[in-house]
Write a protein that binds this ligand. Sequence first.
Ligand code: HEM
Length: 337
Amino acid sequence: MPNYYFYQVLSRSKGFIGFSYNERYRKLTFIMHGILSQRNVKEKSDLIDLKYRILMQNLKPQSTKMMVFILKISSTCSLEHYHSYKCSQTYKKLGDLFPILKWFSGNKFYNKVIEHRKVLESFYGSFVKEVKDDKEKKPCAIRDLLNKVDEGILDKLDIVHMTDNIFFAGTDTISASLTWIVAALANNPQVQSKAHEELDRVVGQSRLPTILDEPNISYIRAIIKEANSAAVFNIYGIHMDEKIYENPKEFNPERFLAGRRFCTGIHLAELELLLGVSRLLWSFKIENASPLGKNGKPIPINLDKARLGINVWPEEYHVKLVKRHDNVEKILFDISQ
Ligand code: HEM
């Protein structure tokens, strides 16, 4: 059941993620699947390429603060989202516990949500403005959404909240995944050796891995798959929950006509992880820089301990990035590559 504070007040019913199935959701999901389609993502892969180049240029070989750099990729967006998330979770819980709160629009929580909404709308509104003012009309997801305003399908507030949703769904997820993968690689040098062997064989040391290498770097793909662990849900419990499905025991195929619900950004996520992991490993050997244990070796990074952001993150850790060959700097800083 959509929560009043989160969906109606904070998002003014203008968002997309987590919204109930209805005509509006169907219309928006169609638009989002178009913007984030595999073809669109591949066509715009140079933007992701640029993003990783900037990230890699900021990773100074021998740095011991990998975590900090990875966090920096999306610091502005993620920080904003982290506050947004924390705030909305509080409202969500309170709203769920005391539904009556929604009738007191002047209450403290309501005012906090409104305050927060102002920050959020001004933050994402400024992105939208930047795209509108861009004389070169560079391609981007916000521009694709703006075209839908011209076609009379979306309004200005839809764009602001959908932009929020795209950043919300697409930044913390990738940063958290990369941070887990780096920790797992630091703990498993033998896995890195196999990955380095594959990259040297397929890509060589005179260019960066690109999207075109994807079919030939199956070990890198397997590392990404292994790091994104599967979650097992109580499917029976969810399907029989009357709060989620009307008349759950009734055999009613119509309820699935709304279409499958899954991560709309899956193609973008896969591409970002592929380029992120392959380029990190192409450039560096990742060494665990934790304090030494009794056996004289660094204490393995504890992957059982996690902390909560929007997603689940590993605890802070330190790694050392060791440049793998002499071409690393030359190629990372050569924009013609
Ligand atoms: C490693 C990265 C990612 C993971 C693990 C992930 C995971 C998920 C999950 C579990 C859902 C919920 C699906 C459901 O309702 O059953 C979801 C939804 C969504 N994701 Fe992702 N995601 C990732 C990256 C991205 C990226 C890069 C974007 C692009 C902007 C994105 C956009 C979305 C959107 C728009 C939804 C909402 C779909 C809906 O409600 O219909 N995600 N994601």
